[in-house]
Design a binder for this molecule. Structure first.
Ligand code: SF4
Length: 370
């Protein structure tokens, strides 16, 4: 059996991704300081759980209060020494909970909530200059939200506040979605340039393929890497679930990714996320191969149904499927000399990625202290 290649703690991570974790009311009360501080901020489906660290290197964002978490194999408990533990199939593993950032209730100088433009997870700041999205991927929390372009000053100030945060110190940055409409390319490019050129932290950009020379500009400004997310490989499913990405087409995705790899390298600097659980396993694996062949790191992202989205009622993938897809994908990427991304170990918390002891996977600076 392929899955026997995994250790119990690796299986624990995968189980948390697929089925979530149980947290008793007593422990919730204790961890939330009697209900005063939230355990999680539900601002995006794949980051809506609590972020746990098992041992030195395994991070997982574990959902705990979603409808599909009603029969988890993992439970958060407190050991006799008062330390947090996870019970999984009768075995106990010590665990640490990563804090939420310290700026959740903060406002900028104009009174805007800081979280309108920034959020931090593990050691990374996610900057969102656009609220809503010009695309409409059916699994995404941004579907149906009013499209808003945040003022440049708000984005820059929010970023500075997040960068100074001591509760969850950041080691790198991702400028993320929503995807801007074409009429906002000048705006988003100004944000990219200002942040990349002025930030002391490495800055990655998440973007959909464009027909202009944006990759060249971003590389010249000093971008650290790219997330060019395919999401779904199967043509028919993609036409329904990610219609705008489907219209971009695999040919343009390939050209754009290839050019990014050519400009910035193959060592994990270019990643592309593919969801697990929205298409047949074989299609996901074909997608992994399509991406790996281009020299980019595929990132396996287990589908999580987000409330209020068209796919809210769809069951997430079972741990057994996740294990199988993970192991088969690992074989594929090995053949092409790339890795399953992301390479940053704390950023693996919501992805089907496991460190393998090689130097390809890393901690940014001292973020292993998290
Ligand atoms: S492009 Fe990204 S942000 Fe926009 S709807 Fe799709 S997944 Fe959501």
């Amino acid at each position: 059996m392929l899955s026997s290649e995994l250790t119990t703690v690796q299986k624990l991570k995968i189980s948390c991704l697929g089925r979530g974790i149980r947290i008793s009311d007593d422990i919730k009360f204790r961890l939330s300081a009697g209900g005063k501080t939230p355990l999680s901020i539900h601002e995006y489906a794949t980051t809506g759980g609590i972020t746990l660290k098992f041992g030195d290197e395994i991070y997982v964002n574990a959902p705990f209060d979603e409808w599909y978490c009603n029969n988890p194999d993992a439970e958060l408990t407190v050991g006799s020494n008062d330390e947090l533990q996870i019970c999984f199939h009768g075995e106990y593993f010590s665990a640490k909970i990563l804090p939420l950032p310290g700026f959740l209730g903060s406002r900028d100088s104009k009174g805007n909530p800081v979280i309108e433009t920034v959020m931090s997870h593990a050691d990374r700041i996610r900057l969102s200059p656009i609220y809503g999205c010009s695309f409409g991927c059916q699994f995404c929390d941004f579907v149906g939200k009013k499209y808003l372009r945040r003022p440049l000053e708000q984005v820059l100030e929010g970023y500075e506040i997040a960068r100074q945060d001591q509760a969850l110190p950041a080691r790198h940055t991702l400028i993320s979605g929503g995807t801007p409409s074409q009429r906002d390319y000048d705006y988003i490019d100004t944000v990219y340039e200002k942040i990349i050129k002025n930030s002391p932290l490495p800055v990655d950009i998440m973007l959909a393929p464009r027909k202009d020379n944006i990759i060249d500009k971003l590389v010249d400004w000093g971008a650290n890497g790219f997330s060019i997310n395919l999401e779904v490989y199967d043509e028919e499913i993609s036409s329904r679930v990610t219609p705008q990405k489907h219209r971009i087409g695999l040919e343009l995705f390939a050209k754009f990714i290839e050019h990014a790899v050519k400009r910035i390298g193959t060592n994990g600097k270019v990643r592309s996320l593919i969801l697990v659980g929205l298409e047949p396993e074989e299609k996901t694996l074909q997608g992994v191969e399509f991406l790996a062949r281009l020299g980019c790191d595929p990132v396996l992202s287990p589908f999580r149904p987000a409330p209020g989205t068209p796919l809210a009622g769809l069951q997430p993938p079972e741990p057994g499927l996740l294990e199988h897809v993970y192991l088969r994908s690992r074989e594929i990427v090995e053949r092409y000399g790339v890795k399953l991304g992301p390479r940053c170990i704390p950023c693996q918390h919501n992805t089907l990625t496991l460190p393998d002891g090689s130097s390809a996977y890393y901690f940014s600076s001292d973020s292993n202290q998290l």
